[in-house]
Design a protein around this ligand. Structure first.
Ligand code: AMP
Length: 216
């Protein structure tokens, strides 16, 4: 199964990806994570990408595309993959077509997670993160046992600056602008499946299964 995963911040992409990993036993490839690894390892790509990432700008297409090409060529992608964070614009979508053509592959579906804005804002403004180990909490659904203290490492649990409401509204607008042409492009090819991302954690696996049926 070759899947491109789309969804706004707070839509539960990680949760959906985990359901897909379990179901299809395929790797989850996230360009943000790949780039952060390059930065951490201090590679040429990492050194080049870091200033763009620090400014919250997209890293130039050629660099990200080369990285994605390398990753999709690895043997663990032969059975399929979940691509997350790429393509981010129509030029990247075109490059992805080219990469897949060369690898003799094609996409099975674009899984587009849909959650109403109000729900996204509620989820993100209640999100908290451990400033030390990155563990994720939620003041409503998963508070740390001791207020502001991480259950796992004892680090301080904080609200990220970009999880504040004004910033979130802006992030959602930026996401919509970015995602719209990509969804349109794949919709014309009949590949887009809208997944209801607000059905609750219990019902989500069945919802994902329902969406994926008929994508093969
Ligand atoms: P993310 O974790 O998806 O928010 O990505 C973190 C950062 O990595 C972004 O702000 C961009 O600087 C960079 N990045 C991730 N994916 C891409 C992409 N497909 N094209 C360009 N830059 C990207």
């Amino acid at each position: 199964m070759r899947i491109v995963l789309l969804g706004p911040p707070g839509s539960g992409k990680g949760t959906v990806a985990n359901i897909l990993i379990e179901t299809y036993n395929i790797p989850h490839i996230t360009t943000g994570d790949l780039l952060r690894e390059e930065v951490a390892k201090g590679t040429e790509i990492g050194k080049f990408a870091k200033p763009y990432m620090d400014r919250g700008e997209l890293v130039p297409d050629e660099v990200v595309t080369r990285m994605v090409e390398g990753r999709l060529s690895r043997s663990d992608c032969e059975k399929g993959f979940i691509l997350d964070g790429y393509p981010r614009n129509p030029a990247q979508a075109k490059s992805l077509d080219e990469i897949l053509r060369q690898l003799n592959m094609s996409l099975d579906c674009i899984l587009n997670i849909v959650v109403p804005d109000d729900e996204l804002i509620r989820r993100l403004t209640t999100r908290r993160i451990c400033s030390n180990c990155g563990a994720i909490y939620n003041t409503l659904t998963k508070p740390p046992k001791k207020e502001e203290v991480c259950d796992l490492c004892g680090g301080k649990v904080i609200q990220r600056d970009d999880d504040k409401e004004e910033v979130i509204r802006n992030r959602l607008e930026v996401y919509k602008k970015q995602a719209k042409p990509i969804i349109e492009l794949y919709r014309k090819r009949g590949l887009v499946r809208n997944l209801k991302g607000d059905v609750g954690l219990q019902a989500l696996p069945a919802e994902v299964k329902k969406m994926m049926e008929g994508s093969k």
